[in-house]
Design a protein around this ligand. Structure first.
Ligand code: SIN
Ligand code: FE
Length: 311
C-alpha cells in the first residue's frame, strides 16, 4: 500500500495492537518513490518500515563501523544540528570522513520525511543525527538507562516540553545482525495504566535543575510526567514481561520511522545503526490529539505546559 490516500485533518488511524504496529513499504530510494501522506499512520503509533531502503556505507567508510572510534564516554557518535561532531576520538581526515558519512545520513533522512509527511513540510526541525556503533547486549549500566526495557523516549537533561520526537533509524550492520526490538501497547493505554502512580515534582525543582544547568531548558509538567512514565515502565518487571508487546526485527539494509515519544519500544539486540531525530510542534500534526502531551492532558484533566515554537 505505497500510495496511502491523504487523510482528513484530525483523522488519525486507530492505534494498532503491537503485533500490527509495523507497516511495510517497498521504497528503495530516499528522495524518490510514491510512498507519501503517512502522517495518519505514524501519528497513530505505527512503525513505518522500509525493508529495502538502505543507507549505503561506502567502502572507505566501513572502517567506522567499529566502537573504537568512540571517545569511550558516549554511547553514540553524534552530529549536532549545528554541525558539531561529538562522542568520537577521530581526528583530521578520519574525523572529516566520519562527519561526512553522518551528514549524508542526515540529508537522506530529511529527504525521506519530506516525502512521507507533506503536512510537516517546513515545520519539522532536525535535531542530532548519530552513529551507534556499540553492540546492544551488555551495554546497560543501570535499569534507568537500560533500553532493553520497554519505554517511551524522555531524557532527563533535554526537556522537549511537549514537542514530538520523530526518529529515522537505519540498520547498517555489515553482516546479518538484525536490530531486534519489542514494541508495546498504545500510548493512551500505557498512560492510563501508570498515571495513578505519578507524583507531583518538588516545587521549584524545574527551576533549580535549570539553574544548575542539569537541564537544557525548563522542564514543564509534561516533561516531569514523561520522565516518571519512562522510569515507572522500566522499573516494573511485571510490566516488562506481561504488557502487550510484539517482537520486530529490522534487518541490515532496512530503515524505520517512528514517534519514539509515543511508541513503547525496547532494543534487544543489534549493532551499528544510524539515527536522525526531528522535532515537531504537536499543533503541526495532522491529528494533534494523538500527541502524548494531549493524551496525558486529557487523561489528567489539566494542562501540562506549552511547547515552544522555537528550539
Ligand atoms: C532507543 O531505545 O531509543 C534505542 C533504540 C535502539 O538502540 O535501537
Ligand atoms: Fe528509546
Amino acid at each position: 500500500m505505497p500510495d496511502a490516500t491523504p487523510a482528513l485533518p484530525g483523522a488519525a488511524a486507530k492505534p494498532p495492537p503491537p503485533e500490527q504496529a509495523l507497516r511495510e513499504f517497498p521504497d528503495t530510494q530516499w528522495g524518490q518513490g510514491r510512498t507519501t501522506h503517512l502522517e495518519h499512520l505514524v501519528e497513530a503509533g505505527c512503525v513505518l518500515h522500509f525493508p529495502q531502503l538502505a543507507f549505503t556505507v561506502q567502502p572507505p567508510e566501513q572502517r567506522f563501523l567499529d566502537p573504537r572510534w568512540s571517545d569511550g564516554r558516549s554511547k553514540n557518535i553524534s552530529l549536532r544540528a549545528g554541525g558539531e561532531l561529538r562522542g568520537t576520538q577521530a581526528q583530521g581526515q578520519d574525523r572529516q570522513q566520519l562527519q561526512a558519512m553522518i551528514e549524508r545520513f542526515a540529508a537522506q533522512a530529511a529527504q525521506l520525511v519530506d516525502r512521507l509527511f507533506p503536512q510537516y513540510r517546513g515545520k519539522l526541525r532536525a535535531g542530532n543525527a548519530s552513529l551507534r556503533p556499540f553492540e546492544v547486549q551488555g551495554r546497560e549500566t543501570s535499569w534507568r538507562k537500560d533500553d532493553a526495557r520497554l519505554h517511551v523516549d524522555a531524557f532527563p537533561s533535554n526537556p522537549t516540553r511537549g514537542l514530538r520526537l520523530l526518529r529515522v533509524f537505519s540498520n547498517v550492520h555489515p553482516g546479518q545482525l538484525a536490530r531486534q526490538w519489542r514494541v508495546g501497547e498504545a500510548f493512551e493505554d500505557f498512560g492510563a495504566r501508570f498515571l495513578p502512580r505519578l507524583r507531583p515534582a518538588w516545587p521549584g525543582s524545574a527551576r533549580a535543575l535549570h539553574l544548575l544547568r542539569l537541564t537544557k531548558a525548563l522542564r514543564t509538567p509534561y516533561d516531569q510526567a514523561m520522565l516518571q512514565l519512562h522510569d515507572l515502565a522500566k522499573s516494573d518487571l511485571e510490566y516488562q514481561r506481561r504488557a502487550p508487546q510484539a517482537r520486530v526485527d529490522f534487518a541490515p539494509g532496512s530503515t524505520w520511522v517512528v514517534y519514539s515519544d509515543q511508541v513503547l519500544h525496547a532494543v534487544m539486540g543489534g549493532q551499528h545503526m544510524m539515527e536522525q531525530t526531528f522535532y515537531l510542534h504537536p499543533d503541526d500534526q495532522l491529528a494533534p490529539h494523538t500527541a502524548p502531551l494531549r493524551v496525558l492532558e486529557r487523561l489528567l484533566g489539566r494542562e501540562l505546559g506549552v511547547p515552544p515554537r522555537r528550539r
